[in-house]
Design a binder for this molecule. Structure first.
Ligand code: SF4
Length: 495
């Protein structure tokens, strides 16, 4: 669906000294190990979910005489594991944008270090991606990052720990330049792949105002002004562009921000609703969200301002009951959500939840096929549990089935067709239906189902739907598209 941005950012960071890197995205096709030669540098980026496959590739690449380097969130947290299981020569922790060329040079000189600490680089140093290396026609959406880091501290999320709590915003000119390049190539749909597009809330500003020293307040006001500047510049880009981002629901209290989003053609946002009850929000340290009818009002505000919401909900929280599943779907419907996803509570490394879960003696001593449960990502996918924590009132199977039911209900034909009224023409409504079904196939059945035949069937459906939908997203390339700011500068010089 979406271009894996980091691959193309690291391709840019590689530079041209050694020629163009060969890029393999395994969501499209598997790497051909036979193409790896002795002395090659093989960089493997992984997250917790695909670490096992990454380690397999690492071992095979090393056997062929290549230098093997791991990077990404998971190796940042467990650098030793990449060496033990993935035959890594080196691990890059943190941001790779700046340190990557040094890693390659060291490998080619035959003396790679075991660990490189890329740290958290300043936004000015974020590399722009090498989009010229993209394979043609393989992706529906492009991706551009405008800010890294999130000031919140949700218990199930590792972003605030890995990317930091201080938002690092990229310069507006650099973001616009990259988007123009993508539109020139024919991409109309672009994900603003940010941790949190609304990094400064009214509550943050009020808190900063109470401080005697005005430094923090000025910093926040600058960040906020830069967001508005970015959105004003996005508004100048071709009208057929569609942006999508991730945001906290506090943005709904800020009509000026929502209006600016609409003008900027940011038509949709993933909002982490997580739970529809106050107890559930406490479970995940998300007290800044609202529950019940206040929640409905807040979510509807997005839609009123022309921003469609993909609501994300978590099931399996300690306060959930057997009624939570249906109540959540009903609330999602009443809140005018355009899309929704229902995920199972999973203790991912790097999160507060994981630390609490892994410290529990019952989990520490549990194994699956001799592998520790607290290293669940090393368990082969088909043997991996779908749920990891015993629930106080429901069996794990009840939670799994309730979650499946929520997906089935939210994406049943009747509801999807009714929601498709958000677009006008019959063709657009058909496209909406296809995309809704694609989303469900991609994320629901494959993530929750335990029946491997169903998983395989879903994956086939998703591939077919993806193929059918792909052309709906692409536009005619605009090779001559100018960068709005640069155009003005040129006019000024001439006059
Ligand atoms: S879940 Fe979202 S709001 Fe919470 S810390 Fe992670 S990125 Fe921030």
């Amino acid at each position: 669906m979406i271009t894996p941005r980091w691959l193309y950012v690291l391709a840019a960071a590689t530079g041209t000294r050694w020629g163009d890197p060969r890029i393999v995205d395994e969501t499209l096709e598997q790497v051909d190990i036979g193409t790896i030669d002795p002395g090659d540098v093989v960089g493997i980026g992984i997250h917790t979910g695909n670490a096992l496959r990454g380690y397999e590739i690492g071992r095979e690449a090393r056997q062929r005489g290549a230098w093997v380097v791991f990077g990404g969130i998971h190796p940042t947290l467990f650098p030793d594991e990449a060496a033990t299981h993935g035959a890594a020569h080196s691990v890059v922790r943190g941001d790779g944008d700046v340190i990557w060329p040094q890693v390659i040079a060291d490998c080619l000189a035959g003396r790679p270090q075991a660990i490189y600490d890329g740290g958290r680089i300043e936004a000015d140093h974020f590399a722009a991606a090498r989009w010229d290396l993209l394979p043609e026609g393989r992706y529906m959406w492009a991706s551009v990052q405008t800010v890294r880091g999130c000031p919140k501290h949700c218990s199930f999320c590792s972003v605030w720990r890995t990317d930091g709590q201080e938002p690092r915003q990229r310069g507006v000119d650099r973001v616009i330049r990259e988007i123009v390049e993508l539109r020139r190539l024919g991409f109309r749909f672009i994900a603003l792949a940010d941790d949190n597009f609304y990094p400064v809330t009214f509550a943050d500003l009020a808190q900063a105002k109470r401080r005697a020293d005005g430094t923090w307040l000025r910093e926040l006001e600058t960040l906020r002004a830069e967001r508005f500047e970015l959105m004003a510049r996005l508004a100048e880009l071709p009208a057929d562009l569609v942006f999508f981002t991730q945001i906290t629901m506090e943005a709904a209290e800020d009509p000026a921000f929502l209006d600016a989003m609409r003008h900027a053609k940011i038509r949709g946002a993933l909002v982490g609703v997580e739970s529809v009850t106050t107890e559930g929000l406490k479970d995940v340290y998300k007290g800044f969200n609202l529950a019940g009818e206040d929640l409905v009002a807040r979510l509807r505000a997005f839609r009123r301002h022309g921003v469609h919401v993909l609501g994300s909900f978590i099931f399996g929280l300690p306060s959930d009951t057997e009624h939570t599943f249906d109540a959540t779907v009903a609330l999602a419907e009443r809140s005018d959500l355009t899309f929704a996803q229902f995920v199972l509570l999973t203790p991912f490394p790097g999160t507060v939840d994981f630390e609490k879960w892994a410290a529990d003696e019952n989990h520490r001593n549990a194994t699956v096929d001799g592998l520790p449960l607290t290293e669940h990502w090393l368990i082969p996918e088909d043997r991996r549990p779908r749920l990891y924590t015993a629930h106080p009132t429901m069996s794990l199977e009840e939670i799994r089935l309730g979650t499946q039911r929520a997906w089935d209900r939210f994406y049943c034909w009747r509801y999807v067709w009714a929601r498709s009224r958000v677009v006008k023409s019959f063709r657009a409504r058909m496209a909406f239906v296809l995309i809704s079904k694609l989303y469900r196939q991609m994320y629901a059945n494959t993530g929750i189902a335990t029946d491997s035949a169903r998983v395989e069937r879903s994956a086939r459906w998703a591939r077919w739907l993806g193929y059918a939908c792909r052309r709906l997203f692409l536009g005619k390339p605009m090779p001559d598209l100018r960068i709005p700011g640069e155009q003005l500068a040129g006019t000024h010089t001439l006059s």
